[in-house]
Design a protein around this ligand. Structure first.
Ligand code: FAD
Length: 293
C-alpha cells in the first residue's frame, strides 16, 4: 500500500516513527520496541535513517521486518548528504526487492567537517536531487520533510517555501512536518504553503515530550517554539518522571485532537521507540481513531 492512500483515507488515523539502533549491541532492544509498536497496528510506521548517513543497514533491516514479518506498512527514510549515486541506487533496489515502496527522501544534516561548499559538490546536494533519483527508479511513493517554523538554514520562509515547492515538483507525493508545539504555527504554515501553490498533502508530526531532558534536545534539533503552556508543564512536573510522562502524553493528545477538530485526518507521532507512550496516545484517542466524522 502507498502511504498516499493512507493519508487520503477519510478516517482519522495515526502512524508512528521509530529510529534504528546506532550499534549491533542495541539492535535486539530496538527491534523488540519496534515490534511492540507494530503490534499497536498503526496505519504505517516510519523508520528513520541514522544521522550523518550512518546506520542504513539497520534502517533496512528494521523496515524489512516491519513490512514483511509484522505486516505493517513501512516508510523507510533515506538521507543523501555525502552519499554516492551507486550506493543510493543499490539501497533503493534492495528496498524495492524487500517489498518496501514508500521512501522518505531527506538531505540530512551536514556531518561534522562538511562545509556548504562540499555539500554543493556532492552527488545529491538537496533532497530534491534525491527525489528525482528515486522517481527515476520506479514506482515509489515519496515523502519529503517540511518545516512550519522554517528550516534552520533558511533566511526567510519565502525561500524555504520556494525550495519546498521544488521538492514537490521533483516528485514528492506528500510532506511530513518537523515537530511543533503550537498548532497555530501549522495552520499559518498551511495557509502560506497553499498560497505558494503547493497542494501536496501535509502530515503533521507530533512529538510527545515525556521527560524534561528531552526538551533541550528537541529545541536543538528543531529550533521549535515552546509555548508557555508547555514549558509550565515542564517547570511543574519535570522532576517527577511519572507525572511528566502523563503530562507530555496528554499535551500531545490535546494537540492531535485540535488537529483532528480542524480538518486534519492523519497525524504522525514521533514515538522515540517508546511502546508505552505510543500505546497511551492511541488509547487516549480511541473513539476517534479509525472513524469518520
Ligand atoms: P532540503 O530539502 O535539501 O532542505 C535543506 C535546506 O536547504 C533548507 O533550508 C531548504 O530551504 C534549502 N534548500 C532546499 N533545496 C535547495 C536548493 N535547491 N538550493 C538551495 N537551497 C535549498 N534526518 C536524518 O538524518 N535522518 C532522518 O531519518 C530524518 N528524518 C526526518 C523526518 C522529518 C519529517 C523531518 C522534518 C526531518 C528529518 N530529518 C532526518 C532531519 C533532516 O535531515 C534535516 O532537517 C536536514 O537539515 C534537512 O533535510 P531536508 O530533506 O529537509 O533538506
Amino acid at each position: 500500500m502507498k502511504i498516499l492512500d493512507v493519508i487520503r483515507d477519510e478516517r482519522l488515523t495515526l502512524s508512528f516513527e521509530v529510529f534504528p539502533p546506532k550499534t549491533d549491541a542495541a539492535f535486539e532492544e530496538v527491534l523488540q520496541a519496534t515490534e511492540e509498536i507494530a503490534a499497536l497496528k498503526p496505519s504505517f510506521i516510519s523508520v528513520t535513517y541514522g544521522a550523518g548517513g550512518k546506520g542504513g543497514k539497520y534502517t533496512m533491516e528494521i523496515a524489512r521486518r516491519l513490512q514483511n514479518a509484522d505486516g505493517v506498512e513501512t516508510l523507510a527514510h533515506l538521507t543523501c548528504v555525502g552519499a554516492g549515486k551507486e550506493d543510493v541506487r543499490a539501497y533503493l533496489t534492495a528496498m524495492k526487492d524487500s517489498g518496501i515502496h514508500n521512501i522518505m527522501a531527506l538531505r540530512g544534516d551536514l556531518p561534522e567537517g562538511m562545509t556548504p561548499e562540499d555539500m554543493k559538490r556532492s552527488a545529491y546536494p538537496h533532497a530534491s536531487d534525491l527525489i528525482r533519483e528515486i522517481r527515476s527508479m520506479g514506482d515509489f511513493c515519496i515523502g519529503a520533510a517540511c518545516y512550519p517554523e522554517v528550516h534552520l538554514e533558511s533566511a526567510v520562509q519565502a525561500e524555504d517555501l520556494r525550495y519546498l515547492k521544488e521538492k514537490v515538483e521533483a516528485g514528492a507525493d506528500f510532506l511530513t512536518t518537523q515537530m511543533f508545539f503550537d498548532n497555530n504555527l501549522l495552520y499559518n504554515f498551511l495557509y502560506k504553503l497553499r498560497e505558494a501553490g503547493v497542494t501536496a498533502p501535509v502530515v503533521p508530526g507530533i512529538m510527545p515530550i515525556t521527560a524534561a531532558n528531552q526538551v533541550r534536545r528537541a529545541l536543538k534539533l528543531s529550533g521549535s517554539f515552546m509555548p508557555r503552556r508547555f514549558t509550565s508543564l515542564v517547570d511543574r512536573f519535570g522532576t517527577s518522571p511519572e507525572a511528566m510522562k502523563r503530562a507530555g502524553i496528554i499535551y500531545a493528545c490535546d494537540q492531535i485532537i485540535d488537529l483532528f477538530a480542524n480538518g486534519i485526518r492523519h497525524v504522525h507521532v514521533y514515538t522515540m521507540n517508546k511502546p508505552d507512550v505510543a500505546g497511551a496516545i492511541q488509547s487516549q484517542l480511541s473513539g476517534m481513531r479509525g472513524r469518520t466524522f
